[in-house]
Design a protein around this ligand. Structure first.
Ligand SMILES: *Cc1c(COP(=O)(O)O)cnc(C)c1O
Length: 415
């Protein structure tokens, strides 16, 4: 396959090879990224991309669906087994459309959703004013305390006041566990449907290294490409009573033909996540994050929320090293360490140059890195911040980072 593209479209082939090299030689610390396996990539590039299959298994509009139905049924049964869910929809094209589908399945325009504030870890798709859902539905938000804890009494009071149709939990920069039971109770008290967006932690849940929200929430949405290590995509898991509304909202409500090549690839990823080795992986992701936490604390870095229970750390870098989030991200880019600037709770700075940086361990753990490498990474990061004005020192750190990455190849066979 690679050979064909090299001849037919050398420009694209060149860029793919260059991106592969970037991924192999760089230290990927963006907590929402990962390396999909060669098997996942193979299914994604399969002939299922040629097929139209609007509808659901056994209920399609066009003919020729025997293989598509079998693939989608496999994806569904594996996903349900993996998370213990009653119903599943694997057709959402990504995390954002999955959330939009849930909103449109359950809400009328103007209805209220109560979700976590963006600055405290909530996601853009949880009602940021720039998004379409925010123009259709009414979003209210709750915040964490300065130390990151959620005050469930306060949350209950807000919920009683705003009477949400959906009580939404889930986050993309909140590093702690939340009390699922408390959410469930509050949702029941105010008659809301409970929704958990586990996009970030789905792989940790699948690997049984993080509490499973399925039993506590009516609906759970996720991406499949973050810690779960599948192809880029989304998924909705829910109780039986919501199955019909959810399925109708995804198709024909929002989407046309499902991307069955992507669904085939999801099925492969779920199969991998069902293996015992994935449990070892998920556990190591958290172990590695805890080592990063310890090493940063040793160097007097200020960890937002006090630390982590997951794969992810949020650091107040202004307080820690007198750098803004953007400055810190740019310095680390120079040495081949990729992470992202991020707002922190009650941030006084704007989102384009916030006070925090966010980093995580799913990708580096997939490479096989462990305790020793975590210590080296923190050392490289700290050295880079100290050397920010010294190009020669930065160059030498970049070499160290590359050398370390080379010891942990991602796609061995493609080298
Ligand atoms: C990443 C993420 C999403 C959006 O997923 P996309 O695939 O980028 O659309 C939604 N919710 C949360 C909590 C996320 O972390």
């Amino acid at each position: 396959m690679k050979y064909i593209l090299q001849k037919s479209d050398p420009k694209i082939s060149y860029l793919i090879a260059k991106e592969l090299r970037r991924q192999e030689e760089g230290m990927e610390l963006i907590p929402s990224e990962n390396y999909a396996s060669p098997a996942v990539l193979e299914a994604l590039g399969s002939v299922f991309t040629n097929k139209y299959s609007e509808g659901y298994p056994g209920r399609r509009y066009y003919g020729g669906q025997e293989n598509v139905d079998a693939i989608e049924n496999l994806a569904l049964s594996r996903a349900k087994k993996l998370f213990g869910a009653e119903h599943c929809n694997v057709q959402p094209l990504s995390g954002a459309p999955a959330n939009l589908a849930v909103y449109s399945a359950l809400l009328k325009p103007g209805d209220t959703v109560l979700g976590m504030d963006l600055s405290c870890g909530g996601h853009l798709t949880h009602g940021h004013p720039v998004t379409l859902p925010a123009k259709i539905y009414h979003f209210e938000r709750y915040k964490t305390e300065e130390d990151g804890k959620i005050d469930y009494e306060k949350l209950r009071k807000i919920a009683k006041k705003v009477k949400p149709k959906i009580l939404l939990a889930g986050f993309s920069s909140y590093t702690r566990k939340i009390n699922y039971g408390a959410f469930k109770k509050i949702a029941q008290e105010v008659g809301a449907i409970s929704l958990f967006d586990m996009a970030h932690v789905a792989g940790l849940v699948a690997g049984k290294a993080y509490p499973n929200p399925i039993a506590y929430f009516d609906i759970v949405t996720t991406t499949t490409h973050k810690s779960l290590r599948g192809p880029r995509g989304g998924m909705i898991l829910c109780k039986k009573e919501f199955a019909q509304a959810i399925d109708k909202a995804v198709f024909p409500g929002l989407q046309g033909g499902p991307h069955e090549n992507n669904i085939a690839s999801k099925a492969v990823a779920f199969g991998e996540a069902l293996l015992p080795s994935f449990r070892v992986y998920a556990k190591q992701v958290i172990v590695n994050a805890k080592i990063l936490e310890k090493e940063f604390k040793k160097r007097k870095y200020h960890l937002v929320f006090g630390g982590t229970d997951s794969h992810m750390l949020l650091i107040d870098i202004v307080k820690s090293r007198g750098l803004t989030g953007k400055q810190a991200q740019d310095i680390l880019d120079e040495v081949g360490i990729t992470l992202n600037k991020n707002v922190i709770p009650y941030d006084l700075r704007g989102p384009m140059d916030p006070s925090g940086i966010r980093l995580g361990t799913p990708a580096i753990t997939t490479r096989g890195m462990k305790e020793g490498e975590m210590k080296m990474i923190v050392e490289y990061i700290d050295r880079a911040f100290l050397a920010s004005e010294k190009p020669r020192e930065l160059k030498s750190i970049r070499k160290d980072v590359r050398d370390l990455c080379k010891q942990f190849p991602v796609y061995k066979k493609s080298k």
